[in-house]
Write a protein that binds this ligand. Structure first.
Ligand code: BGP
Length: 450
């Protein structure tokens, strides 16, 4: 199938919408109410996309985007998990229709870290109830919007909710437990599978995939220990979800290591059959930085390694975005795309997120024009797009580039600290102002054939 190259941006419901009428609490809303001091300057989502969607979609159109990806908020569409909220149906219908009217292809993702609190109370992704609940929610979305939305994604970066909820304390409920992380991962994979199966059965004439973050591990050295660490990082960070979604497999090494360490999680024979089947139609890849690793420097305890069989490693002399602490390494996007080409049957793939979040952008305002002159973002995007172009020339089936994200938005615990946009958001007035990178990208897309 010949695809039109997608230019666009990703964003998500919880990071942009604001408070929809009738919405119930997600883990993020609940956590913010309970411990607001955890969030940078105690700032809540204030993009107000629910009311500003027409303006924001127009801004996308005018920068020459032809597609946008956002997520439906489960807690807005189905506040109690059973019944549909008419206010949310109206909003999402309006948003989708507006995109289509303005010539923007909508890509809709179903879960972007926003677990409903009613389901979290039952155990979130660690309970089997989450699989049925997610299937019910997804089926409702397909029935309501599937006549117009032809590209669906089940999850955004599922390894993130697994790790951040059950290992590293970045997402509520901040539990530290390898077995629970493994259970959440397994249930997420099965939830993904039943939804892919359902979507294909409904025969709505579209396609369905998943968005995975791909950080290919780079060992500190070629020592056996560092190479082993890189292998474990690869298993945990990439293969668990990539192999499940594309090859119908779950890494054997993780299964046998878990047996040795008595890390158990519940599976059923029917789930193993699901795992082996229902591959995705397309893949979204998020890329921000590579993963430099070294052999664990701390002892791995019985049930909680400091990191799972590897530690992060910061190579001296690398280029870093100091606001976020993330390495800048454009070649990694080329490597990620070639990895998919060479090891995953060159499935159609698009870059679903790439960008750079910078703190204190007011420093870069030109006092005469009042414009933020974000040359660092122009350089960042330019270098990464060039690497994508090279991957395409070398045979990658990459069919799009979505930046994260075109309008500054709310960033989880970092709230509005780091700004990613080519459009600046004034969080007090809601005013949107174009940055220098907006004009650059508009002209760049206009003159680019991919
Ligand atoms: C990705 C998430 C996005 C976004 C982005 C930037 O992992 O899918 O939701 O948040 O990272 O990260 P942050 O907002 O933490 O700076």
């Amino acid at each position: 199938m010949k695809r039109k190259f997608l230019w666009g941006s990703a964003f998500s419901g919880p990071q942009t919408e604001g408070k929809g009428q009738g919405k119930s609490l997600s883990t993020w809303d609940y956590w913010f109410q309970k411990e607001p001091q955890k969030f940078y300057h105690q700032l809540e989502t204030s993009n107000d996309f629910i009311n500003q969607y027409k303006t924001d979609i127009k801004l996308a159109k005018e920068v020459n985007f032809n597609s946008l990806r956002t997520s439906i908020q489960w807690t807005f569409l189905m506040p109690n998990g059973k019944d549909v909220n008419p206010a949310a149906v109206t909003f999402y219908n309006n948003m989708i229709d507006e995109m289509l009217q303005q010539g923007i292809v909508p890509i809709i993702n179903l879960f972007h870290f926003d677990m409903p609190m009613w389901l979290m109370d039952q155990g979130g992704w660690t309970t089997k109830a989450s699989i049925d609940a997610f299937l019910h929610y997804a089926t409702t979305c397909f029935q309501l919007f599937g006549d117009r939305v032809k590209t669906w994604m089940t999850f955004n970066e599922p390894i993130v909710h697994v790790e951040c909820q059950y290992l590293y304390q970045y997402h509520y409920p901040c539990i530290e437990s390898i077995p629970q992380a493994l259970q959440a991962m397994w249930n997420t994979i099965i939830a993904h599978k039943v939804v892919v199966k359902k979507y294909h059965e409904l025969n709505l004439g579209g396609e369905i995939g998943i968005i995975l973050n791909l950080k290919l591990p780079k060992p500190r050295s070629q020592s056996v220990e560092d190479l082993q660490a890189a292998n474990w990082a690869d298993i945990w960070q990439s293969r668990c979800f990539l192999d499940a979604c594309l090859k119908g497999q779950f890494p054997e090494e993780l299964i046998s290591e878990s047996k040795k360490r008595n890390w158990t999680w519940k599976t059923t024979p029917a789930e193993w059959t699901l795992l082996k089947n229902y591959p995705i139609d397309l893949l979204g890849l998020n890329y921000y930085q590579p993963l430099r690793v070294q052999a664990p420097t701390k002892l791995i305890t019985k049930d909680l390694p400091d990191q799972l069989f590897y530690n992060d490693y910061q190579k001296p002399g690398i280029k870093i975005n100091k606001s976020r602490g993330w390495e800048i390494y454009p070649e990694g996007i080329y490597e990620a795309l070639m990895h998919i080409k060479n090891n995953y049957n060159n499935i159609p793939v698009y870059i679903a997120e790439n960008g750079t979040g910078i703190e204190g952008e007011e420093k870069f305002v030109n006092q005469k024009t009042k414009m933020i002159e974000d040359d660092y973002r122009i350089e960042f995007l330019g270098d990464h797009i060039a690497a994508v172009e090279r991957a395409i020339k070398d045979g990658s089936n990459c069919f799009g580039f979505h930046m994260w994200t075109y309008i500054d938005n709310w960033s989880w615990l970092n709230s509005y600290k780091n700004r990613y946009g080519i459009v600046s958001l004034n969080i007090n007035t809601g005013q949107r102002t174009l940055k220098k990178s907006y004009y650059w990208l508009r002209d760049f897309i206009a003159n680019k054939e991919l």
